[in-house]
Design a protein around this ligand. Structure first.
Ligand code: AMP
Length: 132
């Protein structure tokens, strides 16, 4: 995709701090990290949305993410690594791997809401279940 910032990183048109690369996958540091060492893992094929990405590509990036998590944890002596697929900014599938320390001061990752009552929560679960 000509206008995709992550495709430009893959093509070498935009610089990146690479931590891993193979024929199908690239991993590099997020330019605005939640914590230092925040890595993005992307497939080299341009797929905008996880839910529309072929299973083999999804499997590939998650298996590689697992290996990268082990490396991040070891290299940075992180207590654990958070994994998320956010996708609010760049429409090229990517996995965020964020090193976390128990004392890093990040209480929660994003703002949360409450369900008014258990019934409302059950109805929501049923709604999704019925669509599967
Ligand atoms: P999101 O699409 O919400 O998952 O967020 C996209 C992520 O990509 C953000 O965390 C940005 O900081 C990161 N990002 C955007 N452009 C670059 C870039 N040129 N190099 C590294 N990270 C980037």
């Amino acid at each position: 995709m000509e206008t995709c910032v992550f495709c430009k990183i893959i093509q070498g048109e935009i610089p990146s701090s690479k931590v891993y690369e193979d024929d199908n996958i690239l991993a590099f540091l997020d330019i605005n990290p939640v914590n230092h060492g925040h890595v993005l893992v992307i497939p080299k094929e341009h797929h905008p949305k996880l839910e529309e990405t072929p299973d083999n590509v999804v499997a590939d990036i998650f298996v590689q993410s697992k290996k990268l998590m082990q490396g991040i944890k070891q290299a940075l002596k992180a207590d654990y690594v958070s994994v998320s697929v956010v996708g609010t900014e760049v429409p090229h599938l990517h996995i965020h791997l964020i090193p976390r320390w128990f004392d890093d001061g990040l209480a929660g990752f994003w703002p949360t809401r409450k369900y008014k009552e258990t019934k409302e929560m059950k109805e929501m679960a049923d709604k999704i279940k019925n669509a599967l």
